[in-house]
Design a protein around this ligand. Structure first.
Ligand code: KG4
Ligand code: ZN
Length: 333
């Protein structure tokens, strides 16, 4: 018998649905929310209402694209957390109602675990144990992955996430939200000539809030002397910011690889779309003899494909949730 999983993701501002059959992704659709650009960040209330509008059409479209009928579903997998309460509740309620009406199992998924398991949406797959640097708008962590459902956090951010560092710097520079992709594009045309301080945090933890403050003071001073400073130096500022963030991530990743002796190295989450980070991982891989894995872009940013993959592993182990399950705003892997 085939196993067909519907995955639902609604932890932040993207509503997504995916169909996975026997481990292969048949469809993976995302409805984004442009409205947050107006506010320079995700507004929880706006996100929650948009999820309510998008969830039924997105699930419908994912089923149609996969050519799968509701009666063929084996289980519904959904993001239980971590994420925004008002966003999570929409996906959780939808998944519960659908599983109940179809009388099929309900499978709760940890969003951060799913970012890591996005590496199993398509081959080549990392071999166990591997290290995964998960870098997104909400999270930055390095985990040791012993098997699909057994992960250990080796280091995490003490304040802002790497994506947040990109987005908040972008706001200071007058760039639209989310600024990460724009900074990446501008950085390619610039030279990293501004020496922003590298965060000095012991062990494998990260901190990015000091960098944001340093950039704020640097820009204030520069703008006093030259009101056109940002406009005249935008590409170089972006290249400098990107270099510091990428170097900080790479320092810790190399340290984790050296300390654990693991050479299977994966990167996941929205920031893994960054061209500077991608090339830094590849060149460290060549230098240090790593096998490196970065998923296709559609599996890097928030998507239900990764939720369905994680749900599939749990389904095979019979790890189901009851109808009393609710969202978990905070939930470690
Ligand atoms: O994983 P994701 O889609 O959502 C969260 O779970 O947060 O990640 C979104 C984050 C945003 O902060 C965005 O600015 C960042 O990923 N991002 C990038 C790039 N593409 C997306 N950051 C730097 N360079 C990029 N090319
Ligand atoms: Zn995410």
């Amino acid at each position: 018998m085939q196993t067909t999983i519907l995955g639902i993701e609604s932890s932040c501002d993207d509503t997504s649905a995916a169909i996975l059959r026997d481990g292969a992704v048949l469809s993976n659709l995302v409805a984004g929310q442009e409205a947050h650009k107006l506010y320079g960040g995700v507004v929880p209330e706006v996100a929650s209402r948009a999820h309510q509008v998008h969830i039924v059409p997105v699930v419908d479209a994912a089923l149609k694209k996969a050519g799968v009928g509701l009666e063929e579903l084996s289980a519904v997998a959904f993001t239980r957390g971590p994420g925004l309460a008002g966003s999570l509740i929409v996906g959780v309620s939808f998944a519960k109602a659908l599983a109940l009406s179809l009388d099929i199992p309900l499978v709760e998924v940890n969003h951060m675990q799913a970012h890591v398991l996005a590496h199993f949406a398509e081959p080549p797959y990392p071999a166990f144990p591997f290290l995964c640097l998960t870098v997104s708008g909400g999270h930055t962590q390095i985990v040791r992955v012993k098997d699909p459902l057994n992960m250990e956090v080796l280091g995490h951010t003490l304040d802002d996430a790497a994506g947040e560092a990109f987005d908040k710097t972008g706001k200071l520079l007058g760039l639209d939200y989310p600024a990460g992709p724009l900074i990446d594009k501008l950085a390619r045309q610039g030279t990293p000539r501004f020496p922003f301080p590298r965060p000095q945090i012991p062990g494998l933890d990260f901190s990015f809030s000091g960098l944001k403050t340093a950039i704020l003071y640097f820009l204030r001073q520069a703008l006093e002397k030259d009101p056109e400073f940002i406009r005249n130096n935008l590409a170089d500022i972006c290249a400098s910011v990107q270099q510091i963030i990428v170097n900080t991530l790479m320092d810790k990743l190399e340290k984790a690889a050296a300390e654990t002796g693991i050479r299977e190295i994966a990167v996941a989450g929205g920031v893994s779309a960054n061209s500077g980070l991608r090339s830094a991982v590849e060149s460290a891989g060549k230098r240090l003899g790593w096998n490196t894995y970065i998923p296709k872009l559609e599996y890097c940013t928030d998507n239900a494909g990764m939720i369905a993959v994680a749900g599939y592993y749990k389904y095979l182990k019979g790890e189901f949730s009851g109808q009393d399950v609710g969202p978990l705003v905070r939930w470690s892997v």
